[in-house]
Design a protein around this ligand. Structure first.
Ligand code: ZN
Length: 265
């Protein structure tokens, strides 16, 4: 909320309607500034006025925020991210072209949820083996807990070992820690996909891993997810050289997640 208010204050200031500090607090000066904008109903709750203003500003700049209703939904959220990008960079954000991220498939990972997939990986939770991490990891949701190894499917064992060894060589242990590449969010987990789907998660076979879960939450897009930052280009290269698929890089959600299975185009 503070971030939204700060953006509102900044825009109001540019328009000459606000002279207070950019502090993210919707105090009387901020609300007085908003009251001077046509189309803002001062009788509405503060949050609704702020959202209305953001929607109006986005639409005015050609960013589709949907109907101006003062309600914060995914569309408003996406428009807000773009609005912030333009304010910070003075230009629209580069177009997202996941198709241009070419991922070869040297290990011939199967397309997820096909007969070829089930043939290779077999039953959920079976044929697991232990892989020793080449550098120490910690549990993403409880950093006091060290993880020296993980279970994974025997078919991905060699590839996973090569990837993590590469990561270690490229980044070194210090950068690994600084970039949270040692924040391990788990591998094998026999469960359905998150978000209420009925199909089985790729984690059910021990062929998917999550990293830095706190800073790469499921619904976050590339403007928010840490692993979308260019600092991680080499990280992704390590995975993609081995044909692993990042949901973030391909679908722009669940940036924490990487899997040894292809996605339908
Ligand atoms: Zn995952």
């Amino acid at each position: 909320m503070k971030r939204r208010i700060r953006v509102v204050q900044q825009i109001l200031q540019e328009k000459g309607y606000y002279s207070g500090s950019i502090d993210g607090i919707a105090g009387p000066l901020t609300m007085q500034g908003l009251a001077r904008i046509d189309g803002i109903d001062s009788r509405l709750p503060k949050t609704r006025q702020i959202t209305t203003f953001i929607q109006m500003e986005a639409n005015e700049r050609g960013i589709d925020a949907g109907p101006v209703d003062g309600l914060w939904g995914p569309r408003t959220n996406a428009a807000f991210d773009e609005l912030v990008y333009r304010i910070e960079n003075g230009e629209p954000s580069p177009v997202w072209r996941p198709d241009e991220i070419e991922v070869k498939n040297p290990n011939r990972w199967p397309l997820q949820r096909t007969s070829e997939f089930h043939e290779l990986y077999g039953e959920r939770g079976k044929r697991q083996t232990m892989l020793d991490f080449p550098y120490p990891m910690r549990l993403s949701w409880d950093l006091r807990v060290r993880c020296r190894r993980t279970q994974c499917h025997e078919k991905v064992y060699d590839s996973l070992g090569r990837i993590l060894q590469n990561v270690k060589e490229i980044y070194g242990e210090r950068s690994i820690r600084e970039l949270h590449l040692d924040h391990f969010g788990g591998c094998l987990n026999v469960r359905r996909v998150r978000g209420g789907g009925s199909s089985w998660s790729m984690h059910s076979w021990g062929i998917a891993l999550d990293f830095d879960t706190r800073r790469n939450q499921l619904g976050w897009g590339r403007k928010r997810a840490a692993l979308a930052h260019p600092d991680y280009n080499d990280w992704w290269k390590c995975w993609e050289e081995e044909g692993w698929i990042s949901l973030g890089r391909k679908r722009n959600f669940d940036w924490m997640h990487v899997q040894a299975a292809r996605l339908p185009e």
